[in-house]
Every structure is written in C-alpha cells, then in structure tokens.
Design a protein around this ligand. Structure first.
Ligand code: ATP
Ligand code: MG
Length: 323
C-alpha cells in the first residue's frame, strides 16, 4: 500500500494554512478527532533530488525523534514518495500533527495594534519563546527559521513552535553555508560570509522576533547594508534608537537597547548564546503573571480562530486539490 494511502483514514475538513511549497489541512479521523496534515510537494530536476530529499527528511526525523517541550507534536510521517515524470521528480511528504487551535504570532501581533496589549503579556511571550529555543539549542539543534509565523498560540495561551523544515542537528564545530530563513530575521553573516555559526544566526533571528513582540514592528526590512534602518543600526546606532523611539512614541530603556545591540549585532561571536540571556539581560528576569498573560493570549487566539472560521465560510480558505 502506498504510504500516502494511509491518509484515506482521514477526512479533509478545510485548509488550515500554507507555506512556500506546503499545504496544511485540518483532517478528522473516524472518531472525529481533529489533526493537521502538512503536505510538502516539490517538483525537482533529478540532480537536486537526493539533496532536497535529505533536507525534507530533517523535519520528519527531528520532530519524531526529539520531543522538545513547547513544540508541535507529530504523530505520523511519510518520508518522500517520489514519482518520475520525464526529467523531473515529484516528491510528496506529509506530517500528521496535533492541531493547534488558535493562530500564529503573525496573526496575533497584527491584532496588537488594535488593542492595547499588557506589558506583562509581551514579557511572558518573550520569556516563553526564549525558553523553548534555549532547550532546542541545548540539545544541539538549530531551527534556522525563527519568525512570528512559526510560533503558534492556542486557546489556552500555550505557546508552540512549528516548522522544523530547515532545522538541523549540529556539532560543536559546526558551520553553516548558505542563506536560510525569512527576512527581516536573516542574520547578516548569512549574506556576507562563506560559512558561519548557525546557532548565532538563530540568536539574531530570535532577537528580531523579540523586537517584533515588544514593539509590534520590524527593526528593518532586511539586514543588508542598503537598508537604511539596518545601516543606521550598525554604524549610527544612537541615531537608529532616536529615530525609532520617535517613531513608536516611547523612550526605549537603556537595558532594552543594550540587549538588542548585543543580540542583533553584526559581530556574531559577540552575540550572547541563548542560555546566557536571562542572566545577562535583567529585563528577561521580570516576574510575570502567567495566568493573566495566558488568558490574554488565549482570548486573542480565540479571536484569530473566529476570523479564520469567517474567512473559511466566505470561501477564502477552500480545500483545493487532493492528496
Ligand atoms: N499543527 C498546526 N496546527 C494548526 N495550524 C498549523 C499547524 N502547523 C502549521 N499550521 C499553519 O500552517 C502554516 C504553514 O505551516 P508551516 O510553517 O509548517 O509550513 P511552511 O511551508 O514550512 O511555512 P513557510 O514556508 O511559510 O515557513 C502555519 O503558519 C500555520 O498557520
Ligand atoms: Mg512556516
């Protein structure tokens, strides 16, 4: 039996989301329990096939073998089923995962502008994501695509990291080649250096994520010299903060500036590793009221969930195609 035929046990309910080469569907089993299926489909020339297959298997292996706290649960996987058409190979993978009811941080932060979110909640989110990624790094992995859309929150305010499509296990001397991730989170050395430390690249991306949570805006469009905000941050740092402070209409505390100057700095070696952040940066030690924060996040997740349902009812998220 084809491994993909295992999906026959499930009924597709609706499309939950999508990515670059991905569709995520909500499915239901006979007992009416809901899951999501992430289907990754690629058409590749034969010479790139083996490389991409290895890359795709990463997510399957990592999520199946490692059960990191604060990450999505994976129940079943189907590693690369290939069909040959002429010079091209089509590879289809799927992951059957727990369905996280709520929304991703991109959805949630877009609501921030409309409601005044409590500082307690923002700090809770920062501490929570830091905790999850610290554990991932401590176990010797890197995520390489840390961004708001890859962090989900459910109706109870629980935070969960998804999308290990670029993640990998590294060893002490590991260095990485190539540009990975999504702007504006991409570390500058990915563009400029032939090889770099992938953990420090994650440190940069997590720094941008925390910036986006705290201020609900991006620090720059891209971490390249020709981006005026990034150029200012790098070479006229005080001016960057003055302009930014004016833009958001608030005074930025020196300890917050110091934190971002370190973790978003161009000197990757000088960036503090994640397991040092809480001891080095006191703003991350702030005692938060977890119950209150989770209640606020949960109600925003509820709102996002309702907005998604409305969009589906209007046909904006139709199930398209078949497995
Ligand atoms: N377990 C889940 N429960 C609910 N929704 C999910 C789940 N996994 C993914 N999604 C939704 O589907 C979207 C795409 O999933 P995912 O990020 O894993 O795919 P991707 O192709 O790797 O994305 P990208 O290429 O944009 O990084 C997510 O942003 C999220 O909205
Ligand atoms: Mg994603």
């Amino acid at each position: 039996m084809s491994q993909l035929a295992m999906l026959d046990k499930y009924t597709v309910c609706f499309r939950e989301g999508s990515g670059a080469d991905t569709f995520v569907f909500c499915v239901e089993n006979e007992q009416r329990n809901q899951f999501v299926v992430k289907i990754i489909s690629h058409k590749l020339p034969q010479d790139q096939h083996a490389f991409r297959l290895g890359q795709l298997n990463n997510e399957l292996n990592i999520l199946q073998e490692e059960s990191f706290p604060g990450t999505v649960k994976v129940y079943d996987v189907c590693p690369g089923e290939c069909t040959q058409t002429g010079q091209e190979t089509k590879i289809v993978h799927y992951l059957l995962m727990e369905k996280i009811d709520g929304g991703d941080l991109e959805n949630i932060t877009s609501l921030f502008g409309q409601t005044k979110i409590q500082e307690n909640t923002l700090h809770y989110l920062c501490q929570k994501v830091l905790h999850i990624f610290t554990e991932i790094h401590q176990r010797g992995y890197v995520h390489l695509d840390i961004k708001p859309d890859n962090i989900m929150v459910d109706l109870t305010g629980e935070v969960k990291v998804i999308d290990f499509g670029l993640a990998k296990k590294i060893d002490q001397s590991a260095s990485q080649v190539g540009v990975f991730g999504t702007i504006p989170q991409i570390a500058p050395e990915m563009y400029s250096d032939t090889c770099y430390n992938p953990q420090k690249a994650d440190v940069f991306s997590l720094g941008v994520l925390l910036f986006r949570i705290l201020f609900q805006c991006v620090p720059w469009r891209d971490s390249k010299e020709n981006d005026p905000n990034f150029a200012n941050f790098k070479t006229k740092n005080e001016l960057f903060w003055q302009t930014f402070s004016h833009k958001v209409g608030q005074t930025i505390k020196p300890e917050i500036k110091g934190f971002f100057n370190n973790v978003l700095g161009c000197d990757a070696d000088a960036r503090e590793p994640l397991n040092n952040w809480t001891t080095k940066f006191t703003w991350l030690q702030k005692v938060v009221d977890e119950e209150k924060a989770r209640a606020e996040i949960g109600s925003m997740a509820q709102l996002v969930s309702m907005m998604k349902m409305n969009a589906r009812q209007k046909g904006l998220f139709e199930v398209s195609g078949s497995f």
